[in-house]
Design a protein around this ligand. Structure first.
Ligand code: FHN
Length: 440
């Protein structure tokens, strides 16, 4: 090999090494959360329970938030709904009080769903609640103020998918990472403008909940840029994306829909490999996200508390959805159930808030959550002999009591196994929670 060729090859090698280092360094930066982000994540995991709200012009038709798509309503006709959206009965105080009395610590509300209607005054689109409806007021601002006053966190759902905008060109074929029709770069710019508005105009907002990426699996969504912009505007904002996949760099929490992490009964989670960031699962009070006047498949208090407890057992938050009515009221079937969940939380909340899960595997009788030197044994299906045996490793049990009524629970410990004798339990038909205190 000639000396010149050798030098050139050497230079090429150094160049390749530099490029690969730069690429790795960039990925590392995106993957390396700041102290502020890490704090926000821990706080999020401590909150455990949130209220999801799907509300928009679709609520008028009382057939869920997909009504434009499912009834094939042309966009130009659908847009007229805005003329009738006048939720005079909306009261931010009532909504925030509802969340608080249910024991929820945060609210995630749709700022814009797939129909493209913005629930706040956006300079980037006149199709919004202030400029495009007779209501002319901003419910998100009302909520933001009330949430701040009541110590409830506010988060915004934001749809990446848009059924109506020309720049998105819904249905267009995707080639080389972008739709053949429309104006992809323009659409990305539009989203960045809206996200900037949402973050700067509502400085107390603590999270952005993306949805709709699944509509264009092969498109380049510029997520790296979008996530960087959000964290630049406010590093404490947590980013989640309901793409139903493993988490991507820059995301702060992983979302699951209608299933606990690791399950796939609803069919959304086949590719949702569990990552190392905080987890959240969402479910609805009935079968619909947006208001659906015909949907009477209401889940019981017991089903919903079990969902929350099982989620906590798997170290996941639970985001429970309501679809308010077009007048701004929340139907009594929802408020009644939420009030009862709140009663259960008042007695048993300490076994949920601030706990961590995955202590032991799910058992036929229930799950375990843990905090400091305490384990909470959630007996949701009482065994016939009223005994529950748990492996506690080298820990020594000091005392055990039922959270409801503080009733003492007898137990036997043999080596690493503890058997709880639950003859006095069964007073709580939803979940008998036993507080197991270990010696320090
Ligand atoms: O299409 C949406 C749906 O309307 C709703 O917002 C849910 C909430 O998780 N997410 C999407 C479906 O994955």
């Amino acid at each position: 090999m000639g000396k010149a060729i050798f030098i050139r090859l050497n230079a090429l090698f150094v160049l390749l090494l530099l490029i690969s280092f730069t690429v790795t360094a960039q990925t590392d930066v995106a993957d390396q959360p700041s102290a502020v982000q890490l704090n926000a994540r821990q706080h999020f995991m401590d909150m455990k329970f949130g209220l999801f709200i799907h509300w928009g012009v679709y609520s008028i038709l009382g057939d869920g938030e997909w009504v434009m798509h499912s009834r094939k309503i042309p966009y130009t006709n659908y847009k007229r709904l805005a003329d009738f959206f006048n939720p005079q009965e909306f009261n931010a105080k009532e909504w925030v009080a509802l969340a608080k009395n249910t024991g929820m610590k945060y609210i995630t509300i749709t700022s814009r769903h797939h129909d493209g209607f913005s629930m706040y005054p956006s300079k980037a689109s006149a199709y919004n609640i202030v400029d495009g409806t007779p209501y002319k007021k901003d419910p998100l601002m009302e909520l933001a103020k009330e949430c701040e006053k009541e110590g409830i966190e506010l988060r915004f759902y934001y749809s990446l998918l848009d059924w109506g905008r020309e720049d998105y060109a819904f249905g267009s074929e995707i080639k080389d990472g972008k739709p053949v029709k429309g104006d992809w770069e323009g659409y990305i710019r539009f989203m960045k403008t809206q996200l900037t508005e949402l973050i700067t105009n509502y400085p107390s907002v603590k999270g952005i909940w993306f949805d709709g990426e699944w509509d264009r699996k092969t498109a380049d969504w510029h997520l790296g840029e979008i996530y960087a912009l959000i964290h630049q505007l406010n590093p404490a904002i947590m980013i989640g994306n309901n793409h139903h996949l493993a988490p991507k760099p820059g995301e702060d929490f992983q979302l699951f829909e209608k299933d606990l992490p690791g399950n796939n009964s609803a069919g959304f989670s086949a590719e949702a490999k569990i990552g190392k960031i905080p987890l959240e699962t969402c479910e609805t009070m009935n079968g619909s996200w947006g208001f659906n006047i015909n949907d009477r498949k209401y889940k019981s208090v017991k089903e919903l508390v079990h969902y929350l407890v099982n989620a906590a057992g798997k170290d996941a938050n639970f985001l429970l959805n309501i679809g308010p009515m077009p007048n701004g009221k929340i139907q009594p079937e929802f408020t009644d159930t939420l009030a009862k969940i709140g009663e259960w939380m008042k007695v048993n909340g300490e076994s949920i808030y601030g706990t961590r899960g995955n202590v032991i595997a799910q058992q036929p009788w229930g799950v375990v959550t843990a905090k400091d030197n305490v384990w909470y044994i959630h007996v949701m299906k009482m065994p016939a002999d009223r005994k529950v045996t748990i492996a506690v490793g080298s820990k020594k049990v000091k005392s055990a009591q039922l959270l409801a009524g503080n009733v003492k629970v007898n137990f036997n410990q043999h080596k690493d196994m503890v058997t709880l004798l639950l003859e006095k339990a069964g007073t709580d038909s939803i979940d008998d929670v036993v507080k197991l205190n270990f010696n320090l």
